[in-house]
Structure formats: structure tokens, C-alpha cells
Ligand binder design. Structure first.
Ligand SMILES: [Ca+2]
Length: 450
């Protein structure tokens, strides 16, 4: 392989910034774009190749910025468009790429599009969202459930119809079957691409298209009590509909209107379905997130099978990727223990493909499973099953590392494990040299059970 020719997103290291918590510049206690600009030398010093900014757009913050009320501006708490332009210029001056979060599945209920849409049945924007008549008894149109618990339908007394929201009721889903909606979001993408952004991480990409007939989702025979309530149903008619692949292809075309940009998809699906998002002849996402490691049983045989299955399922020439953790999930060390977390880092960085790892900064408020400020846990306790309230950790930020097979792994290992691990683990940088540990104990257990 000619490593000089491969794309930056295959060989680079990407650093995820949670702007709210990264660096405050004006003393209001909230991180902002000037703060990120101020910390550019730190990013250069880390040696990362790209930064991914979690949402910076105007938002009522019902879901920490994943409820957007204006796609074409910067929320005043983060700064201004001028600040953003300065950030991109400063980054590019040092060959650092900038990736934005794109949230196309839903807007805020305060977005002008939705305010218009809910105004009347004949408003031109009415069909931009998913409105439906109640059933004869006045109840919700079907059994679809919000990922945050309860019905996914919210009754609007003004127009006597329900609207669909896969997440919070303050996040009405856009109607991606409407061509005008597609063009509007594609124009949003172009707006930021023209400003110089190097790509997008697309939020809940597999959610965009819902069943045209609004059929009930079937019960999940494997549902276990204690799991989030929406898992009682299989999301057959609410996610991963066949038409989504046309949308992904269209998004890729928009990205390809500009040189050397990347399209990354957030997609939680089994491997066999996930790989479809690379698109026909790789016309889809460059990198559909492979989250399989997040839920894999932590033993060598299971992981080996997972790797084999994924590699076998990949389309020809598709570039693999592996996610060991992200901002939505508990720390890997909380799941497998600190010693195995180091094994996991070694595994991640030596697998073929682009690795993603979140290294939560050590926080003295961390408790139990979550390395986050103390408030996070109490939010979770207040809203059982409300995953996103917990997932958006306002005071934590994450390191994602990316590297291409072989050439950059050593660099990634040095950067991630040696430089950041001591802060992550709260250990002396010099007191605990990196010592990989084998999976043999789990392997023995597996053999013993065989
Ligand atoms: Ca601030």
C-alpha cells in the first residue's frame, strides 16, 4: 500500500472535543471556541491530526446541543461564526483537520422549521416532520417508543395530531422522505464544508428513515427486565429501513463535492447490517462506526470470532474501524477492569483499521462506572432508561485516536497509551511502564467451560 496516498482519515489521530468542558475563555464556566483556539498548541503538542467538535450550534440544550434550533450558526455560549472561522484557519495553518457533528435526524422543537410545521396542517413545512392522526380512541398512532422511554409520539393540541420523536419530545424527527428536507440538510452540510470543515460525524444515521406505513414494531423476544423500556420492541420499522442507503449515498455525494473530506456514521447495528452503510461500491459512509467491541463478551475467543466475522463481512476495499469506547458509553476500564483496559488498548491499536478509543480524563468526582462529574449519575437515577441524558456528559471530554494499520500504530500507542494513560489512570507517568497483559485468564476460563 502506498501510505503517502492514503486518506488522512485512515492514518490520522482524531481528538474529540466536547466544547462545553474543554476550555472556558471568558470566565462563565462554559467551554467555548476561543478556549479551543487558545489550546491549539496543546492539540499540536498531542500530535493529533484532527479534532471532532461535538455540537456547537444554537440550541436550547435539552440534550446538550443535540437539539439544534439553527444549523447555520454558533451558539452564543460557544462564540460566533467569526470565532469558528478563526478556529478553522488556526487548525488548518498547522495541518489539523476539523470535523463537525451533524445532527440530521431531528431538530429542536424551537427550530423555526418545527415552529412553522406545528402552526397548521397546511403549512408548507408541515410535511417536514412526522405528523400523524391519533387512533380512533385518541391514543398515539402506533406502538413506537422513544429511546428515552415512553411513547415516541407527542400530541399537539393546536393541530390535534401527534408528532414523532425518537429521543426527547423536544427533538421532533425530520421527515427524510421529503426531498425538501434532504436538500435543506445537504445545504447545511455545504454551508460548513465551504467554511472549511473537513467532514462530519453523522448522529444516529441509521434512524433517518422510518416506515412509510407506520407499522407497529414487533415485540423483542430477547428483552430482559431492567433493560431500557424501548428495547421491549424490535426497531424493525423505525430504524435501518432499506431507503436509508439512498440517503447515505446522497450525503456522500455532498461531501465529495469538496476535496478530501470524510463522512463518518454513527450506526449501532449488527455487523452484517452495519457494513451496508459503506454503500454500493463504497458510495456511502467512509467509516460506519463499528461498535461491536463495546458489547462483546470480554474473552479472547469471543473477540477473535468478532474480528473474523467483521473482516469477513467487509465489502472489498472497505476500510475497517473499531470503537472501544465513546462519549455515550461507560469507560472501558469500568467494564473490563484496569489491567484488561490496557490489553484492550493494545488490541484496538493493533487491529487492522481506524481505531477509536475514548480516554476519559481522570476526574476526582468519578464514581463507579462513570468517569464524569458527580451530576451525571444523579441525572441517570432521576431518569431510568433515559440514556442520552446520561450519555451527554457535559464535564467530560474524550480522546479518540485513529491510525492506519501498521504505519501509525506505534505513534498512536505512544500518544494514547504513554502520554495520556497516566492522567487517565491517575498514575505516575514514570511509575507504571506500559505492560501488556495477555487474555490468557479469560481464555483459560473459556477453555474450562468448553
Ligand atoms: Ca465561556
Amino acid at each position: 500500500m502506498n501510505h503517502a496516498a492514503i486518506s488522512w482519515w485512515r492514518k490520522g489521530i482524531l481528538y474529540q472535543i466536547y466544547p462545553r468542558s474543554f476550555q472556558d475563555s471568558n470566565g462563565d464556566g462554559i467551554g467555548d471556541l476561543p478556549g479551543i483556539i487558545h489550546r491549539m498548541p496543546y492539540l499540536f503538542d498531542l500530535g493529533v491530526d484532527a479534532v471532532w467538535l461535538s455540537p456547537i450550534f444554537p440550541s436550547p440544550m435539552a440534550d446538550f446541543g443535540y437539539d439544534i434550533s439553527n444549523y447555520l450558526d454558533v451558539d452564543p455560549i460557544f462564540g460566533t461564526l467569526d470565532d469558528f472561522d478563526t478556529l478553522v484557519a488556526a487548525a488548518h495553518a498547522s495541518d489539523l483537520k476539523v470535523i463537525l457533528d451533524l445532527v440530521p435526524n431531528h431538530t429542536s422543537d424551537q427550530h423555526p422549521w418545527f415552529i412553522e410545521s406545528r402552526g397548521s396542517h397546511d403549512n408548507p413545512k408541515r410535511d417536514w416532520y412526522l405528523w400523524h392522526e391519533p387512533r380512533a380512541d385518541g391514543t398515539a398512532p402506533n406502538n413506537w417508543m422513544s429511546e428515552f422511554g415512553g411513547s415516541a409520539w407527542k400530541y399537539d393540541a393546536g393541530t390535534k395530531q401527534y408528532y414523532y420523536h425518537a429521543f426527547l419530545r423536544e427533538q421532533p424527527d425530520l421527515n427524510w422522505r421529503n426531498p425538501a428536507v434532504r436538500q435543506a440538510i445537504y445545504d447545511v452540510m455545504r454551508f460548513w464544508l465551504r467554511r472549511g470543515v473537513d467532514g462530519f460525524r453523522v448522529d444516529v444515521l441509521w434512524h433517518l428513515i422510518k416506515d412509510a406505513e407506520f407499522r407497529d414494531n414487533p415485540p423483542n423476544p430477547n428483552f430482559r427486565p431492567g433493560r431500557p423500556p424501548h428495547e421491549a420492541l424490535l426497531p424493525l420499522y423505525t430504524t435501518d429501513r432499506p431507503e436509508i442507503l439512498d440517503v447515505v449515498t446522497e450525503m456522500r455525494r455532498v461531501v465529495d463535492e469538496f476535496r478530501d473530506r470524510v463522512l463518518i456514521g454513527e450506526i449501532y447495528l449488527p455487523v452484517d447490517r452495519l457494513v451496508a452503510y459503506y454503500g454500493r461500491e463504497l458510495s456511502g459512509a467512509h467509516l460506519p462506526f463499528n461498535f461491536a467491541l463495546l458489547s462483546a463478551p470480554w474473552n479472547a475467543r469471543a473477540i477473535a470470532k468478532l474480528i473474523d466475522d467483521y473482516e469477513s463481512a467487509l465489502p472489498a476495499d472497505a476500510w475497517p474501524n473499531w470503537v472501544l469506547g465513546n462519549h455515550d458509553r461507560p469507560r472501558v476500564a469500568s467494564r473490563v477492569g484496569q489491567p484488561q483496559a490496557r490489553v484492550a488498548a493494545m488490541l484496538l491499536l493493533t487491529l487492522r483499521g481506524t481505531p477509536y478509543a475514548v480516554l476519559w480524563r481522570r476526574n476526582r468526582h468519578a464514581t463507579g462506572r462513570y468517569c464524569a462529574r458527580s451530576g451525571t449519575r444523579s441525572v441517570r437515577e432521576k431518569r431510568p432508561g433515559d440514556r442520552r441524558r446520561t450519555r451527554r456528559l457535559p464535564h467530560a471530554h474524550a480522546m479518540e485516536c485513529r491510525g492506519s494499520w501498521w504505519v501509525h500504530h506505534r505513534r498512536a500507542l505512544v500518544t494514547v497509551v504513554e502520554r495520556l494513560r497516566p492522567r487517565e489512570c491517575g498514575e505516575s507517568r514514570h511509575g507504571h511502564p506500559f505492560r501488556p497483559q495477555s487474555l490468557s485468564r479469560d481464555d483459560r476460563v473459556a477453555k474450562g467451560n468448553a
